[in-house]
Design a protein around this ligand. Structure first.
Ligand SMILES: Nc1nc2c(ncn2[C@@H]2O[C@H](COP(=O)(O)OP(=O)(O)O)[C@@H](O)[C@H]2O)c(=O)[nH]1
Ligand SMILES: [Mg+2]
Length: 381
């Protein structure tokens, strides 16, 4: 890194780190089947956000005429167009089989990891042709989750017709995950006084079915389970905190504390990806949060260091492992806080631009709070 890092150095380094982290995450590919109108798009949007729907028609999968792959960040959604499950089973299965088999020879990020087969509660029936389709899908080696959509539920009472349909499907002993039908309501229906439900359970089951190698990609892509994102962010913070502790094992001259910056940028880029924040948005937010735009690099670190109790008194001296660790730990948690608020749609102006002043304040509030812990828990014992 240069002697006096500039805003553009910081931004370039962050962008590179973000792209690296995104590459490492790869992609979770979900195949989704079910008749038109059962609520497939609504379900995907409810769990993964609406960027996927906004991508429109998606890219036709080469060679297969009726398969489309929509990608957005760490998510890929494979669906069919112009063919109807139950009516055109053979044609769909032939295309899916061809695709799945070809992708099996490719890297994990291109394979099909899980399939959701959707049935609408209100249809009150599950046809033999749908059962056949599920069996064929499972035969291809793709884990299948049977999802019932638009299931009316009031308090804890599920509509009896939906329950009855679910037990009839379960009685077929299809090769589906846990032999279970997952009841969902993806979007509330205020007129009918129905609330959304079942999404967390479906997501948990999807994690259980998917290969371990795509768990982080699912964590990043989904929008409903913030606890999983927080835990992943915590892992990145632990890693960076202990690396900073190692760097500080032979004390770093205070004036050289900026050697910790690249390590912290990597940590921040990893966390930004876990929260599903785009390259441009997270780069801009990271500049605002760390004030790299005004007090780039070395002086930014120096000003943060001064907020760590004890560290401020050693100006001219050197920082040790505990201070290096605390600095990194506090930056990690402060940035996680910013990412959480950004994901929730906060920290922006009415026009949608980032609110830099508030981002900076949120970051500094959390940083100051965390920095008070002289030894980060990550370095205890
Ligand atoms: N309130 C509510 N409406 C839903 C739900 N799922 C689907 N719908 C509605 O049903 C229609 C078809 O849903 P869509 O997701 O486009 O079905 P797809 O053809 O399977 O992708 C849309 O008008 C949705 O608004 C749900 O969980 N709740
Ligand atoms: Mg649709």
């Amino acid at each position: 890194m240069p002697d006096s890092p500039t805003e553009s150095w910081f931004a370039d380094t962050f962008r590179n780190a973000w792209e690296n982290e995104q590459r490492k995450l790869g992609r979770f590919n979900l195949a989704i089947f079910g008749k038109t109108g059962v609520g497939k798009s609504t379900l995907v949007n409810a769990i993964f956000g609406d960027e996927i729907a906004a991508t429109g028609i998606g890219e036709p999968v080469t060679r297969e005429e009726h398969l489309y792959l929509h990608t957005s960040g760490t998510l890929g959604v494979l669906d069919t167009r112009g063919l109807e499950v139950g009516v055109d089973n053979d044609a769909i299965i032939a295309e899916v089989a061809d695709h799945v088999t070809r992708m099996r020879r490719r890297p994990l990020a291109e394979q099909v990891h899980v399939a959701w087969f959707c049935v609408r509660a209100g249809d009150r029936r599950f046809e033999d042709t749908e059962a056949d389709f599920v069996r064929e899908l499972a035969r291809l080696g793709v884990p299948v989750l049977l999802v019932m959509t638009q299931v009316p539920r009031i308090d804890d009472a599920v509509h009896p017709d939906a329950l009855e349909l679910a037990s009839r499907i379960e009685a077929l002993e299809l090769p589906i995950h846990r032999g279970h039908v997952y009841p969902t309501m993806a979007a509330a229906d205020p007129f009918a006084r129905l609330e959304a439900h079942g999404l967390q359970e479906l997501l948990d089951a999807t994690f259980r079915c998917a290969p371990d190698g795509v768990a982080h990609a699912i964590t990043a892509a989904q929008r409903i389970d913030l606890a999983r994102k927080r835990k992943r962010a915590g892992d990145a913070i632990k890693l960076a905190t202990s690396a900073a502790g190692t760097a500080g094992a032979s004390p770093i001259p205070f004036s050289d504390a900026a050697v910790l910056v690249p390590l912290q940028i990597t940590m921040m880029a990893s966390i930004a990806n876990t929260y599903g924040l785009s390259l441009e948005r997270s780069t801009a937010a990271s500049l605002a949060a760390t004030a790299a735009a005004t007090v780039a690099g070395r002086s930014a670190v120096t000003s943060l260091l001064k907020l760590i109790p004890g560290a401020g008194t050693i100006v001219g001296g050197s920082i040790n492992a505990a201070v290096a660790g605390t600095l990194t730990y506090a930056v990690g948690h402060a940035w996680t806080r910013v990412c959480e608020r950004l994901t929730a749609g906060d920290l922006q102006t009415v026009a949608g631009a980032l609110d830099s002043a508030t981002i900076r304040r949120v970051f500094m509030d959390e940083f100051t709070k965390r920095a008070k812990r002289r030894t980060p828990p990550e370095l205890d014992g």
